[in-house]
Design a protein around this ligand. Structure first.
Ligand code: TXA
Ligand code: MG
Length: 318
């Protein structure tokens, strides 16, 4: 792949023009930075897989500025309409049957007859999507398997030289990827994320279904994902001398490391998670630490998605 000069830009119109011309542009959403391409342009979509080193069986999420734009791409059941009305724009992705005349490249959906759709809440992302006036395919803007980016600098760290531009959009407020639901006349949780299961279940009035099959329908479901280079262990109840500590709640005074949230606030912890993993990884490689030990995080609300990401970050790499 040719080396590009990746530019950090601030002009939304310029970013939209680059996308419409078939280039890759990373942009901020409220969850994580996405690596955008014109979803209707198969060549542009193919460049996403190449830049990320992403296995081609992993389908992408299409980003749209409105529910109206989404309706032209997929068949919305009454339940899908209800979920979109309640939670869009926001950190929720709906996997729905692709409409028959859907203009999105089949590569973007990895040949499936379903399509993942998301309407982000980030104001700059909404401006960009409105200006581009076409669905934008965007996985998280990181090399496949690595930690997702929550700032423009994180994107440049992983993808500089491989993409045309990064649109500076500040730090991501939520800091965890969207929650993914597969929706027909029922809703199945494919990936926990920035929208809590509790708030979805409150709307549905019953618990969410979880997938019955072991088949991978989302790479976020791969055992090893979101991984730092340094070995990560979980549920460490106290710091281990010589290792780095990823804390939650009050920080033991023997610990060397970073704290997700001093006050045990799960929203703050979610926003810090990927940034802290990156920073600890950098400290480890600079100072020769061989392990990061993570404190336990409660498994409720955003804690479900935080623990999901930590578990995959700690899994043995293939
Ligand atoms: O918050 C997010 O969702 C971010 C921002 C940029 O929007 N995007 C993101 O994309 O996390 P990515 O590619 O890292 O994760 C997309 C997930 C993958 O796990 C993929 O397998 C799943 O969506 N997915 C996409 N299309 C699907 C489909 N038709 N059926 C099942 N899963 C699908
Ligand atoms: Mg990802």
């Amino acid at each position: 792949m040719d080396q590009l000069k990746t530019e950090l830009i601030t002009d939304v119109a310029q970013a939209a023009d680059l996308l419409c011309d078939g280039h890759l542009v990373a942009f901020a959403t409220e969850t994580v930075y996405g690596l955008g391409a014109d979803a209707t342009n198969g060549t542009a979509v193919a460049q996403i897989y190449a830049a990320k080193g992403r296995p081609q069986f992993n389908p992408l999420i299409m980003h749209v500025p409105s529910l109206e734009a989404a309706r032209s791409l997929a068949t919305f059941s009454p339940l899908a309409e209800k979920l979109a009305a309640a939670f869009w724009p926001g950190p929720l992705t709906l996997v729905l049957p692709r409409s028959t005349n859907c203009p999105v490249s089949t590569l973007a959906c990895a040949g499936l007859d379903t399509i993942a759709l998301r309407c982000p809440a980030h104001p700059q992302a909404r401006q960009l999507l409105t200006k581009a006036n076409r669905p934008i395919a965007a996985p998280s803007a990181n090399p496949s398997g690595a930690i997702s980016p929550t700032s423009a600098a994180h994107v440049l760290d992983g993808l500089s030289g491989k993409i045309a531009a990064v649109l500076e959009g500040g730090p991501c407020e939520v800091g965890l990827e969207s929650t993914i639901l597969s929706v027909t006349d029922t809703a199945t949780l494919l990936r926990p994320g920035g929208l809590t299961s509790e708030s979805i279940e409150a709307l549905l009035g019953h618990p969410l279904k979880t997938p019955q099959t072991a088949e991978i329908t989302a790479p976020g479901q791969l055992a090893s994902h979101y991984a730092p280079n340094t070995k990560l262990t979980l549920n460490a109840t106290k710091p281990i001398p010589g290792n780095l500590w990823l804390g939650f709640g009050s920080m033991p005074n023997t610990a060397t490391g970073l704290n997700l949230s001093q006050t045990s606030n799960l929203t703050e912890a979610a926003a810090n998670l990927f940034d802290h993993l990156r920073r600890l990884d950098a400290i480890a490689s600079k100072n020769g630490h061989s392990q990061i030990n993570a404190a336990p995080v409660p498994n409720t609300g955003l804690g479900l998605a935080i623990n999901d990401r930590l578990k995959r970050a700690a899994a043995p790499k293939p």
